[in-house]
Design a protein around this ligand. Structure first.
Ligand SMILES: [Zn+2]
Length: 89
């Protein structure tokens, strides 16, 4: 499964480096496993996590997808693990 970036709870989905650049205004960082980035291919070629962190963009991850924008009602992996911690405590 290719990673995607979900904007504002599904308002928009970003699945290629070109869409990433058009939305955020800068290039996503290349993943070390790839020689070069094909703009029209999938975001797996990019290190989305490092890029979002570098630009201080808040995000959540869920099953390999990234959520950016409206996050208050998005339940990400981090939230699920903290919920599990609550239960097992
Ligand atoms: Zn892919």
């Amino acid at each position: 499964m290719c990673q995607i970036i979900v904007i504002n709870k599904g308002e928009k989905e970003i699945s290629t480096p070109r869409q990433f650049r058009e939305h955020f205004g800068f290039e996503p960082a290349k993943d070390d496993h790839y020689e070069y980035v094909d703009e029209e291919s999938c975001l797996c070629q990019c290190d989305v996590k490092a890029t979002l962190e570098n630009f201080n963009i808040p995000f959540k991850t869920y099953c390999g997808d990234y959520y950016v924008g409206l996050l208050d009602q998005v339940i990400g992996d981090e939230d699920i693990s903290s919920i599990k911690n609550e239960i097992t405590r």
